[in-house]
Ligand binder design. Structure first.
Ligand code: NAD
Length: 261
């Protein structure tokens, strides 16, 4: 596979799955732009490490993925700096766990904005260039929650089901332009996003930390193992390859069998 010199933007790539995807692309010679929040020195260290380890250019843009105008500015910045945007991974995401009657409306709005609407805004901005160059890869990090639901995650499940629908729609629109559009649907991946929801899940279900891990998280996954960020990144890399040029509009599960049940 030669992705060398391709240009990529991975949203939400200062940690977890996004950072693993950015590093996997860079290892193939792809120039990559990081995005996300976190301590400035840690972000700069991650950015510099990618440049030195993989001998590629690595940018960082701090666009808030809940702000459409910042998203458009980031895509324009990447195209101006790199001369193109070939691989777009829509990955930024947050979680909030609460019974629906207590679910704060502002949390609903925030999750829909970051986990769903942001992908519309990046795709809208990146599509003209991909169509003109007749090559592109758009990969959305969905979730097992794009296919099935869990209680207390109204906004997250709604957003991820939306991502699955958006993926199919854009795949059809771009099918004749050499641009594929797919989503990857991981089960539970051990990242800060999962760690952070444990205290709220303990509260919502009146359970201990150990019980949340065993009876809520891994209970859903028949393999009884967490997915790794490297496994998700490897799937994304495969979707970028020529071998995957006929895979479009797909929702690829990587969930230890969760959604087979
Ligand atoms: P993470 O918390 O490690 O990473 C989330 C990233 O999004 C971080 O870089 C964070 O800074 C960024 N982010 C959050 N809000 C943002 C905003 N407003 N603007 C810009 N960046 C923002 O979590 P992760 O588990 O790596 O999650 C990545 C994606 O994978 C999410 O879309 C998540 O829903 C999805 N996912 C995760 C799991 C899992 O079990 N961890 C399972 C399925 C899907």
């Amino acid at each position: 596979m030669s992705l060398k010199s391709r240009k990529a933007l991975v949203t939400g790539s200062t940690s977890g799955i996004g950072l693993a995807c950015a590093r996997a692309l860079a290892a193939q010679g792809v120039d990559v732009c990081l995005n996300g929040f976190g301590p400035r020195d840690e972000i700069e260290a991650a950015r510099a490490d990618i440049e030195s380890q993989f001998n590629v250019r690595c940018l960082y843009h701090g666009a808030d993925m809940s702000k459409p105008e910042q998203i458009a500015a980031m895509v324009a910045h990447v195209e101006a700096e790199f001369g193109a945007l070939d691989v777009l991974i829509n990955n930024a995401g947050v979680q909030f766990v609460s019974p629906v009657e207590d679910f704060p409306p502002e949390k609903w709005d925030q999750i829909i904005a970051i986990n769903l609407s942001s992908a519309f805004h990046t795709i809208r901005a990146a599509t003209p260039g991909m169509k003109a160059r007749k090559w592109g890869r758009i990969i959305n990090t969905a979730s097992a929650h794009s296919l099935v639901a869990s209680p207390y995650k109204a906004a997250y499940v709604a957003a991820k089901h939306g991502i699955a629908g958006l993926t199919k729609t854009i795949a059809l629109e771009l099918a004749t332009f050499g641009v594929t559009v797919n989503c990857i649907s991981p089960g539970y991946v051990w990242t800060p996003l999962v760690e952070r929801q444990i205290p709220d899940t303990m509260k919502a279900r009146n359970m201990s930390r150990e019980d949340v891990i065993d009876k809520v998280l891994l209970a859903a996954q028949p393999t009884k193992q967490f997915v790794t960020v490297e496994q998700v990144a490897a799937a994304a890399l495969f979707l970028c390859s020529d071998a995957a040029s006929q895979i479009t509009g797909a929702n690829i599960s990587m969930d230890g069998g969760w959604t087979a049940a």
